[in-house]
Design a protein around this ligand. Structure first.
Ligand code: AQP
Length: 343
């Protein structure tokens, strides 16, 4: 069956965007696909992480997967650094990808800001490690939020250049598919009303773990009180909610909150406006807060219970890493032969 891979960085507090854009969508894929979900701790250290905080955040991401409904028996759940082939393939891809490709990545430009000479080399090479994550498992589908689309395009570019540069070696060993490709072309799965949740403070910025303002995001471990307060304080324009979808166009904050309501209630934005159009924020915000608490309370409760027993989480990650390694080593052994490494 087709294989799905996705990863989340343990780089801070998981938030509603991570949940709606990615984690929640991991669950139903277990019924139709072979699924591999990874806590990408090696990606996280592209910016400084305090070691104890990294360990805690790694367990938190694993707990979020499981609390959301990812079953570690059906899916492979592990942390990236335990499967050394990720780093090994990333090195090969660093030698395939061009510096110009990396310099064009908007995530790099956003994160590096004006200081691009002084960020880690790993931050620039990030998409190369991400391509390795996906292609080690020859995954063909990757459920992600909209912000990852450009990285997925780069993954395809790397796969295509590898297939092309080494076409003769791939053919000589009969390691290609019908089209002679060793690595498949991967598609992003980006769907639904929540592919890009925006900051609660600024409707033009995405909700992000690394935003310095805690008020900008709803964290998955926030309690009901915190969620209600953050939604109440969320930046909005003073106008009431529009009746038609069109009316959300030039109103990023309103569009964002309606989109969040839609995603949390499995409705379309039009359906949400049919219910709330013409009403003011004083009506809508409490309804949104109540809905968010209803959906997120079981998540945070489940995460807290799992986090009470870190040894069990670590055992899940270790067991998952063992299963992932078996697949990864098979791919990597072929890559070593293709590239010309003696073993
Ligand atoms: N705001 C968002 N709306 C929808 N989806 C989102 N994702 C992230 N933010 C939103 C999706 O969540 C997954 C997690 O990706 P990641 O951990 O690699 O980090 P990221 O994309 O860089 O997101 P963050 O949370 O903003 O982290 P920082 O601040 O550390 O960069 C991905 O599938 C992503 O699309």
């Amino acid at each position: 069956s087709p294989r799905v891979f996705s990863g989340i960085q343990p780089s801070g507090d998981l938030h509603l965007g991570n949940y709606l854009g990615a984690i929640r969508r991991f669950v139903p894929l277990q019924d139709t696909h072979e699924t591999i979900y990874c806590v990408v701790d090696m990606h996280a250290i592209t910016v400084w992480q305090e070691p104890e905080a990294l360990r805690r955040a790694t367990r938190e991401v694993a707990a979020a997967f499981i609390a959301a409904g990812v079953d570690p028996k059906r899916s492979i759940v592990f942390n990236q650094s335990q499967v050394v082939q990720h780093a090994e393939l990333a090195w090969v891809f660093n030698c395939i990808a061009r510096i110009g490709w990396m310099n064009r990545m908007t995530q790099f430009k956003d994160k590096a800001g004006k200081n691009s000479e002084n960020v880690s080399l790993g931050l620039l090479a990030y998409p190369s490690l991400m391509a390795a994550d996906i292609l080690l498992y020859k995954a063909t589908q990757v459920p992600v939020g909209d912000d990852q689309k450009q990285h997925l395009e780069l993954t395809r570019d790397i796969a295509a250049k590898f297939n092309n540069d080494y076409a003769a070696a791939i053919a000589a060993r009969d390691l290609g598919n019908a089209e002679g490709q060793f690595f498949p072309m991967t598609d992003p799965l980006i769907a639904g009303p929540a592919t890009r949740i925006m900051s609660l403070r600024d409707g033009t910025k995405k909700m992000s773990k690394s935003d310095p303002s805690d008020q900008s995001r709803i964290s998955l471990l926030d309690d009901a009180d915190a969620i209600a307060k953050k939604i109440k304080k969320a930046t909005t324009d003073p106008a009431e909610l529009p009746v038609e979808l069109e009316g959300l166009k030039a109103r990023p904050e309103a569009d964002n909150l309606v989109g969040i309501y839609a995603a949390l209630s499995d409705k379309t934005k039009a359906e949400v406006l049919a219910e709330f159009g013409g009403q003011g924020w004083g009506k809508f915000k409490p309804a949104l807060a109540e809905l968010a608490v209803t959906v997120l309370a079981p998540m945070s409760g489940g995460m807290r219970r799992l986090l009470d027993d870190p040894e069990t989480i670590d055992a899940v990650l270790r067991e998952g890493a063992g299963r992932a390694s078996a697949i990864a080593e098979k791919t990597m052994a072929d890559v070593r032969d293709i590239v010309g490494f003696i073993r």
